[in-house]
Design a protein around this ligand. Structure first.
Ligand SMILES: Cc1cc2nc3c(=O)[nH]c(=O)nc-3n(C[C@H](O)[C@H](O)[C@H](O)COP(=O)(O)OP(=O)(O)OC[C@H]3O[C@@H](n4cnc5c(N)ncnc54)[C@H](O)[C@@H]3O)c2cc1C
Length: 384
């Protein structure tokens, strides 16, 4: 068992840190913290980090991607600001889904611009009546000549308002046994226009989360990806890696919260002594540090297992559940360590706590991960 990164991984982490400090953080700081970045700015950021290989991370080099290991993708997700990493993860996992199930023609048409960061992508599964249980998808796809006609509403879609290409999960009806045939359709916004709106949220506010409306949206039949009814398998495969990566967004936030807290406790004094000397303050710092170590190890363990080809449902869910709940706790402790100042908009602590609060819901809520872990432990499903 080796807890150290190898030379390639260390070099990636160092390069990523440099790029973030030079090309990403100044751009984020220039824009209002509480409004989604314009598309042109997001695309500039994608291009700034293109050399790190994120946009085609899980696609083999032979197919034009960067063929990063899962651990390397994790390193990028721990290093990049979560608001950018969230947008990138939605984009990148969509490119992976196209590469996994796409025909040579679909890959040749969609992947080059997405990998180059010239166009933005996202996957649209969730709906007003469909969240934790994607098998209930209500958006319909009906064959009509050379097209499928899509009707339905998609909610909470990462990159929703600004994406150029979306993989829409829609139902082709039911098979003889009554199973919902949820299937995947690549919708090119120029070719098959649809409306969208931005949904403001409490955290990750510079990231564009949105609602998409498909009303008689005609999509060429050639854009259906994979087989009728196979969407669940493709989504599950990519969620396995997305989950520890979302955990690493939490690790990023927790580390900043701890570093800032340590500095504050050394600099501020009460009762004639630096806060850092008080045992109850040290207890808070110790809990933060322990949570960060545990979260980081659990996330990289899951990613290392995926690199070895292990279909690690339990470890992936353990990592996401633990790290995202820890991020909520740790960023709140950081506010406590800072006293009243931590609650102000003049300090970054409250925004980190709001960002962390966003992480326990997507790609499986905390409760869904508890049920997956339970299922893996006892072999019985509490949900079907
Ligand atoms: C930042 C962000 C980005 C997102 N990006 C995307 C995206 O790109 N594409 C996309 O399709 N979706 C996206 N989503 C949506 C996300 O996948 C859903 O929010 C998530 O699946 C949960 O669904 P829901 O919000 O409808 O909650 P619900 O499923 O309605 O759950 C509500 C509550 O009930 C609990 N619950 C539900 N079922 C059970 C059960 N069986 N047992 C116990 N408790 C249960 C949940 O844990 C939760 O606490 C995103 C969401 C967020 C917050």
């Amino acid at each position: 068992m080796d807890f150290e990164w190898n030379d390639t991984e260390r070099m990636l982490a160092e390069t990523a840190k440099r790029v973030v400090a030079r090309d990403v953080e100044p751009v984020l700081a220039k824009h209002p913290p509480d409004r989604a970045l314009p598309k042109s700015v997001m695309l500039d950021l994608y291009r700034a980090i293109a050399d790190l290989g994120y946009t085609g991370a899980r696609i083999p080099e032979a197919e034009g991607g960067s063929g990063l290991s899962y651990v390397m993708l994790g390193i990028l997700n721990e290093t990049l600001p979560p608001v950018l990493a969230f947008s990138l993860l939605g984009h990148e996992s969509t490119t992976k889904r196209i590469q996994m199930g796409g025909t040579p023609e679909q890959k040749a048409r969609f992947l080059p611009d997405l990998i180059a960061g010239k166009k933005l992508a996202g996957t649209a599964a969730s709906e007003p009546n469909v969240g934790s249980d994607p098998r209930g998808i209500e958006t319909t796809a009906v064959a009509d000549g050379g097209h499928y006609v899509l009707n339905g509403t998609k909610l909470w879609i990462s990159n929703g308002p600004i994406l150029d290409v979306t993989m829409v999960v829609a139902s082709l009806g039911r098979d003889a046994s009554g199973r919902n045939l949820i299937s995947r359709f690549l919708v090119d916004r120029e070719e098959s226009p649809f409306e969208s709106r931005e949904i403001p949220t409490i955290g990750l506010q510079q990231g564009p989360l949105g609602e998409l409306h498909f009303r008689d949206c005609r999509v060429p039949k050639a854009n259906m990806i994979g087989e009728a009814g196979d969407a669940h398998h493709s989504l599950t495969f990519t969620w396995l890696a997305n989950r520890p990566n979302i955990g690493l967004f939490g690790v990023h936030l927790m580390q900043k919260a701890l570093d800032t807290s340590i500095a504050h406790t050394k600099q501020r004094s009460q009762f004639g002594s630096p806060l850092a000397r008080f045992q109850l303050v040290q207890e808070m710092l110790a809990e933060m540090s322990t949570s960060i170590d545990a979260s980081r190890l659990l996330c990289y363990r899951a990613l290392a297992l995926l690199d070895r080809g292990v279909w690690c449902h339990r470890e992936s869910s353990v990592a996401k559940l633990f790290a995202t709940e820890a991020a909520v706790r740790v960023t709140n402790l950081a506010i406590q360590v800072h006293g009243a100042y931590g609650l102000t908009k003049e300090a970054p602590l409250e925004s980190w706590a709001r960002d962390a609060r966003m992480l326990t819901i997507p790609d499986g809520t905390t409760q869904i991960h508890q049920l997956i872990i339970g299922r893996e432990l006892v072999g019985l499903r509490a949900f079907s």
